[in-house]
Design a protein. Structure first.
Length: 146
């Protein structure tokens, strides 16, 4: 933990709130409120994953941009539109795929197939609440919130 803050860490606090929402709040409510509580727990799981994975993913993203010779995503998009990577299609697809995998590791690891999951995975199959990333309501309607 970084000075000057003591325990609990940001991640531990987010985890505690997520567990309370996913457990007590979800189990003690129904209908619309229950659905929104599940969405909130899912969002907090995303925050936890971004806190854990974000710094390494940001460094990897900077390295991918550097490898392609662009400064940022805006320049990358312009270069793709301009055809600058027409002769580097495989390399570009591999680097873009790596970026998408990183985003999904935060947003919803459950969307990744086995080939894209890192060794060890994140252990929860999706949103961190142990239900494999499902945010369906009592009516069975799924959301794509992560």
């Amino acid at each position: 933990m970084a000075e000057p803050h003591d325990a609990p860490s940001i991640g531990e606090m987010v985890d505690a709130v997520r567990e309370w929402i996913a457990g007590d709040v979800v189990n003690g409510t129904e209908g619309r409120l229950r659905f929104h509580a599940r969405v909130a727990a899912n969002m907090l799981a995303m925050v936890e994953r971004e806190l854990r994975l974000g710094p390494a993913q940001a460094a990897a993203h900077r390295q991918r941009l550097k490898q392609l010779g662009v400064a940022d995503d805006t320049e990358l998009a312009a270069a793709i539109r301009a055809g600058r990577f027409d002769d580097r299609g495989e390399e570009l697809r591999a680097l873009l795929r790596a970026s998408v995998v990183d985003k999904l590791l935060v947003a919803n690891p459950g969307y990744l197939d086995g080939a894209d999951r890192p060794a060890g995975g994140d252990g929860d199959g999706g949103d961190g609440d142990g239900d494999g990333g499902d945010t369906s309501s009592d009516t069975g309607t799924d959301t794509a919130t992560g």
